[in-house]
Design a protein around this ligand. Structure first.
Ligand SMILES: [Mg+2]
Length: 134
């Protein structure tokens, strides 16, 4: 079986990012609702390889901060839902955290326009664009 790599953005997809940019190693906000459970579902799928990549990834302390944040909130989620660490592996061990943007079959990002082959509406789409949380 060939796992398909999907690349997840961190800020605005996993982390709510309400406070905006405070530094690569500063992550202050809550998870996006359902993010921890959703990551579990993705990581449990043997056909999917989950890669988390952010603007933080190439900066000093960024990857460590994302891993520590994710481990903390996974712990909170496990405790709240009475879900034991049955396979002995945290999400941080099941996801990859590369420094550089990886090749992937799909990128999941809170800031993007899905290009459908039609350039004629791009300017209008850009001008009307708003991320989900604004
Ligand atoms: Mg983002």
């Amino acid at each position: 079986m060939n796992p398909k790599t999907i690349c997840l953005d961190f800020d605005g997809v996993i982390h709510r990012y309400d406070s905006g940019w405070e530094g690569a190693d500063q992550i202050s906000d809550l998870p996006v609702e359902g993010a921890i459970e959703g990551l579990h579902r993705l990581c449990d799928d043997p056909e999917i390889e989950v890669v988390i990549h952010s603007a933080r990834s190439a900066q000093p302390g960024g990857i460590t901060a994302m891993k520590e944040w994710l481990e903390y909130w996974e712990g909170v989620w496990r405790e709240h839902n009475h879900i034991a660490l049955t396979d002995g592996r945290w999400l941080t061990e099941r996801c990859q955290f590369p420094k550089n943007k990886p090749a992937a079959i799909v990128y999941i990002n809170d800031r993007g326009i899905n290009f459908d082959g039609d350039w004629s509406q791009i300017t209008t789409e850009l001008k009307n664009y708003k991320p989900w949380n604004q």
